[in-house]
Design a binder for this molecule. Structure first.
Ligand SMILES: *[C@@H]1O[C@H](CO)[C@@H](O)[C@H](O)[C@H]1NC(C)=O
Ligand SMILES: *[C@@H]1O[C@H](CO)[C@@H](O)[C@H](O)[C@H]1NC(C)=O
Ligand SMILES: *[C@@H]1O[C@H](CO)[C@@H](O)[C@H](O)[C@H]1NC(C)=O
Length: 781
């Protein structure tokens, strides 16, 4: 809900001089009500004035970010073959793809598809930094022709030549992609064809949502909705698969999948390999098997699916919910499984392992909490091999929806709103050219329109040199990650940090929605606190204050002054300090954050060989929030002190959370080049004896659940020989003895201690070998 009259009344009594305002600090008077788009109007994006640019492209005035595929000749009429036209929209402007480059931030694009049915006869290969967006009011259909020939209808990382193993992009570096609002239809292809809806081999800063797959269910069907064999993601959700052989055939280091429905497939989800997958909200009906995770058969060593967590599932008329390899035991932890709130309706077998042993019976029943794997509690390092009921996650009522499930909210798209309910920051005077100081122009837009219009950041890089204040009540929409880049003397003092983007003030409540934005700095910016988040959901609302598809990127891109030319590997230049703190959730705030990646660059995305950089950020994500906080599919990488720090925090649902320690550490040792700041409750020790950053540090906090975590330390001063020896860093996840925390599906790499209490290692990694990574199934404080 947007600001209603009750809130307006409260605000106007608070503000003696104001009349009726739409957002605290805004001068407009007509609050944005409900959407006013007419029934036959297209999605607002289609008819916005398109003036987005790529600021650091060689020719920003001629390079188009927004491309309507119909402007390139696609018909969407259900009969014309639109493949070539769509690919011409994809490739126009010398973009990054087809092995022309490793990655690029210079050629972003939105490929927009008006409603219609687009027949395609070969793969739509997705170039780097592309958002494929369908009309959100009436999603277009991509219909594979009967004779479709290609790997998948949409392919995010094509093999070249097909089958050779070589690919366009390195799967772990396949960042910045989105696919949303489509129906993918392969029903015209023969059931026997190896049809794949989407090949989604992606990494961080990627999303896929509001996609329906309609697959051929003919006898012996080979159709799959999605194939994802590896990568380092990622978040996806709001997916429906109807029919086919396999709904989702998926493997990745880590992934968060929220709100998926699979009907009438032979196998709903088939795992390939992983370190950890979190499924939140899974509805499976009329399949033969729900999750087939058995890759190892009777040999545990061949079990490549490391860890799966499921919360809030409903499974109906499906003979087997989960099929896994022979149970983990005898020093191997692969096949780790955690279930929380799974409702079975006519599902005779809940969990079975290869060889036919049922380890959890089914029926029509609800599984409250169940796990398979090694479980721990408190400071005891003695594992218990469990195939049974465990202590379930802590779920404060504030985190749950009315049905008792973990609350979820999809990336807002404002599809019921009309074009005139948006205001463009460029039309309002901001330049977004990467060099003009846009601080005053942007502030003026918030001051004038927050709460009355949805604020549209046309694609571009908006340079700010002082704090930008965004009032509670603001809704911001970017365009293929419109960038706010902070720089200049205000952010250059490492001893006097300053907030770059301040969202609300202490005590504020209201709607606050940010989508498709990127926060960044122009170096050196050692004093930049990128985003301070102060807004709390209004009473009676959940997820009103949140971010979706919104990331932080420090260095590693043209225009940041923190890229490879300035900051090559191991250069360790003071001028390569990129930020003080990424995201600060203050104690009065609440936050729903889905898919956010806080990345201090380890390499330069605009080099041909992914050349490394050494840039320094102090801290990743700090939360002092009293909740509720949902961190759904977030990651934080390469900050010097910690990636996540929870201090006096309450009621956080976190899953899957992924971190990496800086590659340069311990040269210099943490916290250098920064110092401990007690005002921000910084930890005072770092990674046990190693003086390396914490993946996550938790102090004085309660009601915290980590439902899937991957804390990785791959290098010690760029040397990777330590990761298989578990010796890159001593400790990575630290929880003080006063905190109440539950951790499930914990995977670590390169450390001998998976989890520490009060700075002392508790869970020994060498007990929990799970292929490359180590996995502990559950730990409760
Ligand atoms: C990704 O998966 C493909 C298909 O299994 C495989 O050929 C390729 O080697 C994998 N790449 C990596 C880096 O694991
Ligand atoms: C789940 O996905 C469905 C289908 O896309 C959508 O209608 C629904 O609103 C989503 N629910 C949540 C809680 O995101
Ligand atoms: C970046 O550093 C890592 C770790 O030392 C190394 O494996 C990789 O080859 C480096 N990349 C380049 C392009 O030099």
């Amino acid at each position: 809900m947007l600001f209603g009259t009750i809130t307006l009344t409260v605000l106007s009594t608070l503000l003696s001089s104001a009349q009726s305002v739409a957002a605290l600090g805004s001068t407009c008077t007509t609050a944005l009500g409900g959407g006013t788009a007419g029934a036959s109007d297209p999605f607002w994006l289609q008819n916005m004035k398109h003036q987005g640019t790529s600021a650091f492209n060689a020719d920003p005035s001629s390079y188009a970010v927004y491309r309507n595929v119909q402007d390139y000749g696609a018909k969407g009429d259900g009969s014309t073959d639109d493949t070539a036209a769509i690919m011409s929209a994809m490739t126009d402007g010398g973009r990054c793809g087809d092995v022309s480059c490793a990655s690029s931030t210079l050629t972003p694009a939105i490929l927009y598809f008006p409603s219609g049915t687009y027949v395609v006869s070969s793969a739509l290969s997705q170039y780097y930094y592309t958002q494929m967006v369908g009309d959100a009011r009436n999603p277009p259909t991509l219909k594979a022709s009967a004779g479709f020939s290609g790997f998948a209808v949409i392919d995010s990382d094509p093999y070249i030549p097909a089958g050779s193993g070589a690919q366009w992009f390195v799967n772990q570096d396949n960042f910045f992609r989105s696919i949303r609002n489509f129906v993918i239809d392969t029903t015209a292809m023969p059931a026997s064809a190896a049809a794949i809806g989407i090949h989604w081999q992606v990494s961080q800063a990627t999303s896929l949502f509001n996609v329906v797959f309609n697959l051929n269910s003919g006898s012996g069907t080979q159709h799959k909705g999605m194939f994802m064999e590896n990568g380092s993601g990622g978040w996806m959700g709001d997916i429906v698969v109807n029919g086919g052989n396999i709904g989702l055939n998926v493997g990745n280091q880590q992934f968060t999948v929220r709100n998926v429905t699979i009907n009438n497939a032979v196998t709903a989800i088939s795992g390939i390999w992983n370190w950890g997958f979190t499924y939140q909200g899974l509805t499976i009906s009329n399949c033969q098997v729900g999750l087939d995770l058995a890759t190892g058969g009777l040999t545990q060593a061949a079990q490549t699916v490391g860890s799966v967590l499921v919360v809030d599932a409903v499974v109906t008329n499906t003979p087997i919910f989960i099929q896994d390899s022979t149970a983990a035991n005898g020093g191997l932890s692969a096949g780790s499984l955690v279930l929380s709130n799974v409702q079975l309706n006519n599902v005779p077998t809940a969990v079975t392992v290869t060889g036919g042993t049922t380890v959890l019976a089914g029926g029509s029943t609800t599984i409250d909490s169940w796990a398979q794997g090694f479980t721990y509690s408190g400071t005891s390092g003695t594992p218990t091999f469990t195939q049974g009921t465990i202590t379930g996650p802590s779920k404060d009522a504030s985190l749950l929806d009315s049905a008792g499930r973990i609350f979820g909210k999809t990336h807002p798209q404002y599809e019921s709103y009309a074009v005139d309910q948006f205001v463009s920051v460029k039309t309002s005077g901001a330049k977004g050219d990467g060099s003009t100081d846009d601080t005053a122009a942007l502030q003026a837009v918030f001051d004038q329109y927050a709460g009355c219009k949805i604020i549209f950041f046309d694609a571009g890089t908006y340079y700010i040199t002082d704090t930008l204040t965004i009032p509670a009540g603001t809704q911001i929409v970017g365009e293929a990650w419109s960038t706010i880049m902070a720089g200049g003397s205000a952010f250059s003092d490492i001893t006097n940090p300053k907030v770059a983007v301040q969202i609300g003030s202490a005590g504020d409540t209201g709607v606050l929605e940010i989508t498709d934005m990127l926060f960044s700095t122009k170096g050196p910016a050692p004093g930049a606190i990128m985003v301070e988040w102060n807004v709390h959901d209004p009473s009676g609302q959940q997820g009103a204050a949140g971010m979706w598809d919104t990331h932080m990127r420090f260095g590693g891109a043209t225009g940041t002054n923190l890229a490879n030319p300035q900051c090559p590997q191991a250069s360790r230049n003071a001028a390569c300090q990129a930020s003080y703190l990424g995201l600060h959730l203050t104690s009065g705030s609440s936050a729903y954050i889905e898919g956010t990646w806080v990345w201090t660059a380890d390499h330069d995305l605009d080099t041909t060989n992914s050349a490394n950089v050494t840039v320094f950020s102090g801290r990743g994500i700090l939360s002092e929030s009293q909740g509720p906080v949902w961190l759904i599919g977030t990651s934080s990488e390469h900050a010097a002190l910690y990636q996540y720090n929870l201090v006096g925090a309450k009621n956080h649902w976190i899953g899957f959370a992924q971190t990496e320690t800086p590659y340069y550490q311990p040269q210099p040792a943490a916290p250098a080049p920064f110092s401990v700041n007690s005002a921000l409750s910084d930890p005072t020790t770092f990674g046990g004896s190693s003086n390396m950053a914490w993946g996550m540090n938790i102090q004085g906090s309660s009601g915290i659940t980590i439902f899937g975590g991957g804390f990785y330390s791959f290098f010690n001063n760029y040397d990777g020989t330590c990761n298989t020896a578990r010796s890159c860093q001593d400790q990575v996840l630290n929880i003080d003895s006063t905190s109440s925390v539950n951790v499930y599906g914990l995977s670590t790499l390169g450390t001998p201690n998976q989890l520490s209490v009060g700075g002392t290692g508790v869970i020994a990694a060498n007990h929990n070998g799970d292929g490359f990574q180590d996995t502990a199934t559950a730990w409760t404080s």
